[in-house]
Design a protein. Structure first.
Length: 369
């Protein structure tokens, strides 16, 4: 097995730390071709679709990609912004503001980078760039608060696959989940309260999470339980009784049974039952994207109103809200503990002197740089 070439090393270089914020991904453009490329990569991941590979290859290449790519591209065009995909724009802004927040909190030599599991910027591309920048310690922070084998585990797969061909592997810390982290729950609470202050309060708060096949729950995936814990903690933070909120699951794909209750038919039934106004939030999405802006705010809104509902209020994702950036910083700090990111002036000077001595010693032994 051959390993990839390492970038040139300069003795005396002080290793840096980094936080890598990883989101799911998005097409580069809302066109049929770009969406097809994105869907092919996404739906080819065995973590996402657990179907025998040969059978799935035929379904994907002969049915889904030829027909779904154009339909999905049309949906992406309805949410595309002047700056591009909302998911990529929001995730990049989160990374920028997290960098500023960590610096403000005293962390030195900590880079914050953003990558996508599918699409660009790709994880291998960003991990290579961090190595070239002298990063030797990385916290991998998924944009998924709730763990699932279909999402978070796929990020771990990509990390391990990348470093399987790297000779000098950095120290890695992998954030599994933060579905019950105080900073995350408080950011959600503040988001809901701000919406209620500006728009009033509905008769029920519907918390819609991305769905997964029910089979994954029965096989041991903890995602379902973590969604319900997030919902319970958010309801407690908002002082909601059990009949003032509910949990649903969206984005069902294919004919298999997924986690229930399904969002769209449940919301329509609420309208038929006489609820005139509901508020909807998607706690599992930390950045607004196709599934929130088009599926929920457009399609599910239509279903609610068509069934007789009067007011449908979609509460935006956390995106780059100040409360969420603080929460992200707290989560990142918990995993940065033990790394030299906060130093006194004396410690910084001692580190500089040690690096200079190391460089001089290496040069005396014949090192080229």
């Amino acid at each position: 097995m051959s390993f990839r070439p390492e970038p040139p090393y300069t003795h005396g270089t002080i290793p840096r730390s980094a936080v890598l914020l990883v989101n799911l991904g998005t097409p580069d453009e809302p066109t049929r071709g770009k969406v097809r490329s994105y869907l092919k990569q996404f739906l080819s991941d065995p973590r996402v679709v657990e179907v025998p590979r040969l059978v799935w290859w035929c379904i994907l290449h002969l049915i889904i990609l030829p027909f779904r790519s154009g339909q999905s591209a049309a949906k992406y065009r309805t949410i595309w912004t002047r700056d591009g995909s909302p998911l990529r724009v929001n995730t990049a802004l989160q990374a920028t503001r997290l960098q500023a927040m960590l610096t403000e909190r005293g962390h030195e030599d900590v880079s914050v980078a953003m990558a996508m599991r599918y699409g660009s910027p790709s994880m291998p591309e960003v991990l290579d760039r961090l190595k070239e920048e002298g990063v030797d310690r990385i916290v991998v922070l998924p944009a998924y608060p709730q763990y699932s084998g279909t999402t978070t585990a796929s990020i771990w797969d990509a990390v391990f696959q990348h470093y399987a061909k790297v000779r000098n592997i950095p120290e890695l810390r992998l954030v599994k989940h933060y579905h019950d982290h105080e900073g995350y729950i408080h950011a959600l609470r503040d988001n809901v309260l701000a919406h209620w202050d500006n728009h009033g309060r509905g008769q029920k708060l519907v918390m819609s999470f991305h769905g997964v096949p029910k089979r994954t729950l029965l096989l041991g995936d903890q995602y379902h339980c973590e969604c319900y814990k997030t919902a319970r903690l958010l309801a407690t933070a908002l002082d909601l009784s059990q009949d003032e909120y509910m949990v649903t699951f969206q984005s069902r794909f294919g004919k298999a049974e997924w986690l229930q209750p399904y969002t769209a038919p449940t919301v329509a039934q609420l309208a038929r039952d006489g609820l005139e106004r509901i508020d909807m939030i998607c706690p599992g999405f930390t950045s607004d994207c196709l599934e929130t802006l088009e599926e929920i705010s457009m399609e599910v809104r239509h279903d609610f109103e068509a069934a007789g509902g009067k007011e449908f209020h979609y509460i935006p994702c956390l995106n780059a809200s100040p409360a969420w950036i603080r929460g992200l910083a707290e989560i990142a700090e918990q995993h940065l503990i033990g790394w030299p990111t906060i130093l006194t002036p004396a410690q910084r000077e001692a580190r500089r002197i040690d690096a200079e001595r190391g460089a001089a010693r290496a040069k005396s032994l014949g090192a080229p740089n």
